[in-house]
Design a binder for this molecule. Structure first.
Ligand SMILES: C[S@@+](CC[C@H](N)C(=O)[O-])C[C@H]1O[C@@H](n2cnc3c(N)ncnc32)[C@H](O)[C@@H]1O
Length: 456
């Protein structure tokens, strides 16, 4: 018999994490980790309940506040943001945290409105009134952008951009899909095993897994186990990686013996996939401006049995070109997985929507274009540069790719079929020269990539 949840402990921890995020500007995953690390008395089921409540609440916050009458929140009229870890938070809100949480419990059916109100110590009337005819009130909003923003709990500016770029039906499908929990997808480490063998090994460890639809390396794990604790993970047989991210690495087309640069390698998610494509042979150079992330990439490489990865910390600005002079014109492949708004990854980081401002996509696009121009000279004649983001939206994706096509001398855009093969490109519905992966179409996080071949 599963132990009943101790709601008082779960609620206190949830509210504490929420407070760190909302009032002190912490990133949700960091705040959650900190509180859960301290709360050793919570059982595993209670920890999961806290995580679900924290992310669920952040995901639905805009809608819940709107229902409670705080319409300014989704319209994005933020008051001055308090400084804090992980970026700006949002100013003191008019709906109290306990009320918001009670609304969340009642709106998701986790508790009846009266029970939710009692559990959080708020007047039942506030909860019942806010949720009275909620769906009908949302459906009756006349302005399409505000209606989508409320329905999908998005900042209004983002709903408006989805509508402008995708039209009503697709914008709604995308916005709702970004609110689903992402599946737990892993990439088989082909340096150590095969996908079938990994699947059998996971079955032995009690985890059912099914092959991913598009990535030849992927498995989707049944349920949301703590995959990091599985012996198969500790043996380096797989990495946790969204299927879309796997496809981006596949589009690079790295091969054994080559020199391959992962220019924005971060903690090495894609570098490790590139290493497997290289069968561990050749030179894989992981660049980043963040030392901690590169250190994590090195740790992961050791576990994965990757021996040909060298990391290099580079300066943030134009001085990077000088620091990379030895690689100029020498690399068969260069991946620029640029910093971006992360709008495509809202399934995993639901709080990001409330941190972004309407100016962010254009700000990132300027940096992205700069990085493409900075790293393109590393590509060898005949080689390939792949530009990638986990963003959704023209400015950061096609906008940057089109600018690169115009400004990179001696480079030609490549078709997706040339990068991924005709069959896979067709299965992905990617007939042109850009791959846009979208959660409602492909079941992946939102990703983009475009390839450029350097003339021989
Ligand atoms: C989208 S993340 C990379 C994710 C990584 N490729 C993966 O698959 O896990 C972008 C990375 O770009 C790095 N970055 C930011 N500015 C940079 C710059 N000027 N040059 C190189 N990397 C930069 C960030 O530190 C961050 O790690």
């Amino acid at each position: 018999m599963p132990r009943p949840l101790r709601h008082d402990l779960v609620d206190a921890a949830t509210l504490e994490v929420n407070g760190l995020v909302r009032e002190q500007g912490w990133l949700a995953d960091r705040a959650l980790e900190r509180v859960l690390r301290r709360e050793s008395r919570l059982y595993a089921s209670e920890r999961r309940a806290v995580a679900e409540a924290v992310y669920g609440l952040l995901r639905r916050e805009g809608q819940l506040r709107w229902l409670a009458g705080e319409t300014a929140f989704i319209r994005g009229n933020p008051a001055p943001a308090p400084a804090g870890r992980g970026g700006p938070g949002r100013a003191a809100a008019s709906v109290e945290p306990a009320t918001l949480y009670a609304l969340f419990l009642a709106r998701t059916g986790a508790a009846a409105p009266e029970a939710a109100a009692k559990r959080l110590g708020v007047p039942a009337r506030i909860v019942t009134e806010a949720l009275d005819r909620a769906d009908a009130r949302i459906a009756a909003v006349a302005d399409p952008a505000e209606r989508l923003a409320v329905e999908a709990s998005l900042p209004r500016w983002l709903a408006e951009r989805f509508l402008d770029e995708l039209g009503a039906e697709e914008a709604r499908a995308l916005a709702l899909a970004l609110n689903q929990r992402a599946p737990l997808t892993v990439r088989t480490n082909l340096l150590k095993t095969t996908r079938d063998a990994l699947r059998a090994r996971l079955a032995e460890e009690g985890v059912a897994a099914a092959p991913t639809r598009f990535s030849p390396w992927g498995l989707t794990l049944d349920g949301h186990e703590n995959a990091f604790q599985l012996p198969a993970f500790q043996d380096g047989l797989f990495e946790i990686q969204d299927e879309g991210s796997q496809l981006l690495a596949l589009a690079v087309g790295a091969r054994p013996g080559w020199t391959v640069v992962d220019a924005c390698a971060g903690a090495g998610g894609k570098s490790l996939a590139l290493a497997a494509e290289m069968h561990g042979k050749g030179s894989l150079v992981a660049l980043d401006v963040d030392e901690e992330r590169l250190a994590e990439a090195k740790r992961r490489a050791r576990r994965a049995g990757v021996h040909n990865l060298r990391s290099r910390l580079i300066p943030e600005g134009a001085a990077a070109a000088e620091a990379l002079a030895d690689l100029a014109g020498k690399c068969e492949r260069v991946l620029v997985d640029a910093p971006c708004s992360g709008i495509g990854a809202l399934r995993r980081k639901p709080d990001a929507r409330w941190r972004l401002t309407p100016e962010d996509p254009a700000r990132f696009a300027r940096l992205q274009a700069e990085l493409v121009a900075r790293f393109a000279p590393l590509v060898k004649p005949g080689g390939r540069l792949v530009y990638a983001t986990c963003a959704v939206g023209r400015i950061e994706n096609e906008g940057v790719a089109e600018l690169a096509a115009r400004s990179l001398e001696g480079f030609e855009r490549m078709s997706v079929a040339a990068m991924l093969g005709t069959e896979l490109a067709a299965a992905l519905g990617a007939g042109g020269d850009a791959l846009s992966l979208l959660p409602h179409r492909h079941g992946t996080d939102g990703f983009f990539c475009a390839g450029f071949q350097r003339a021989r």
